[in-house]
Design a protein around this ligand. Structure first.
Ligand SMILES: *[C@@H]1O[C@H](CO)[C@@H](O)[C@H](O)[C@H]1NC(C)=O
Ligand SMILES: *[C@@H]1O[C@H](CO)[C@@H](O)[C@H](O)[C@H]1NC(C)=O
Length: 374
């Protein structure tokens, strides 16, 4: 799913930009999601300014700041983080569509995916583990290619390198996501950092075989092994995949339940309303911590969200306009539950670890008995 080209204004060119939200005006940047939030909850989003970094990788290293001589880390927003950084995670652009490769905004796309799932029953689907993407962006993806079926081996994996040039010529018809839910198992593997493909893979009613990730985005920490996905070892991928698929094909009820739980999580709990609510609550809590009143820099240029839609062309324009309409206020934001107390947080983390360990144990037993038979 990684495109060869990311929307430029949102990544490489403008690595760092400054957003000022003040008195309902949207200033400084082409950043549609924040504008949509203001229109959705008019008067509710507090004045704030924030720093947003559009580069893929987190940078606020805990090691550096966990030192008595260093000051507290500055709050920096971005699309993903990991356990050794303090960066604050925020929904990525793909929720508002990815016009460059013809991916619709999430609101519309998730409906397509839901409908797509009814087209092919899990039991009728291809019983192998499927992956298609750009392998060259990460060593771990190149490593995954070794698990592909060949004359000599079959690890139950069918993996394909995406040919973006070819797809570009065909107008990205191949990337029609709703028609891609035809496999019992789909592999998710990180690219250069988190990958926006994760929600599309999880939404398929397939069992997601999730190669041990390093990064998280704003929703992925809620995913539980054996409930929403099947964990795959990073350093022993082929044997891990082979066992996962054998297990699923011999435990079809359980496997389908994992696929369903992931789809409901993505299609119901990650619906666009809640994405906006996450943004709303995150920004509101953040604004409460500001010790000064944000003001609009003198040289700031105000861009209304309509004028952004006017500047855009083709698909992009259509997507932006769709998001604008959908972004209108419909109800109150959801109530945010109280934060985890340490004990419940611990039990979530514990539950995650034990699911992963459970699979590792099964896997080990499987390969021990397998090797004996050979
Ligand atoms: C987290 O990300 C940073 C920066 O991208 C990277 O240097 C670090 O190795 C990552 N941490 C882990 C645990 O992989
Ligand atoms: C994996 O194997 C299939 C079937 O032989 C083949 O069509 C495909 O191109 C292979 N994938 C890669 C990345 O070589």
């Amino acid at each position: 799913m990684e495109a060869i080209r990311r929307p430029l204004a949102r990544s490489s060119l403008v690595a760092l930009f400054f957003v000022v939200l003040s008195l309902g005006a949207f200033i400084c940047t082409r950043y549609l999601d924040s504008a949509a939030l203001l229109r959705r909850y008019p008067g509710k989003v507090p004045d704030l300014d924030l720093m947003f970094d559009c580069v893929d990788w987190p940078v606020m290293k805990k090691d550096f700041f966990d030192h008595p001589k260093h000051r507290a880390p500055p709050p920096l927003f971005r699309y993903c983080g990991n356990d050794s950084t303090y960066d604050i995670v925020f929904p990525d652009w793909s929720f508002w569509g990815w016009p460059e490769i013809n991916i619709k905004p999430w609101e519309a796309l998730s409906k397509d995916l839901k409908e797509g799932n009814t087209r092919s029953k899990w039991t009728d689907r291809d019983p192998h583990a499927y992956w298609k993407g750009n392998p060259t962006v990460a060593a771990t993806r190149m490593d995954l290619l070794k698990c592909n079926v060949s004359d000599k081996q079959d690890w139950n994996a069918r993996v394909y390198a995406q040919d973006w040039l070819q797809e570009q010529k065909q107008g990205y018809k191949q990337s029609d996501l709703a028609s891609q839910c035809i496999h019992r198992y789909k592999i998710y593997i990180e690219g250069s950092a988190w990958s926006v493909s994760e929600k599309y893979i999880l939404a398929c009613d397939s069992v997601t075989l999730l190669v041990k990730p390093i990064y998280y985005d704003f929703f992925t920490r809620s995913l539980m092994p054996l409930k929403h996905y099947w964990p795959i070892k990073d350093d022993d991928k082929c044997r891990s995949i082979k066992y996962a698929v054998d297990w699923g094909n011999s435990h079809q009820q359980e496997a389908q339940a994992i696929g369903k739980a992931a789809s409901s999580f993505i299609l119901d709990e990650l619906k666009m309303d809640y994405v906006y609510d996450y943004m709303f609550h995150l920004l509101s809590e953040y604004a409460k911590l500001l010790k000064y009143k944000p003001t609009v820099p003198q040289k700031a240029v105000e861009l209304c969200s309509e004028s952004m839609a006017c500047l855009a062309q083709g698909f992009e324009k259509q997507f932006m306009t769709d998001s604008l309409v959908k972004g209108l206020a419909v109800s109150e934001p959801c109530a945010m539950p109280p934060p985890y107390d340490p004990a419940s947080l611990h039990s979530v983390i514990e539950g995650k670890d034990s699911g992963i360990k459970q699979v590792e144990t099964w896997e080990k037993e499987y390969w021990q008995s397998h090797n004996k038979q050979m």
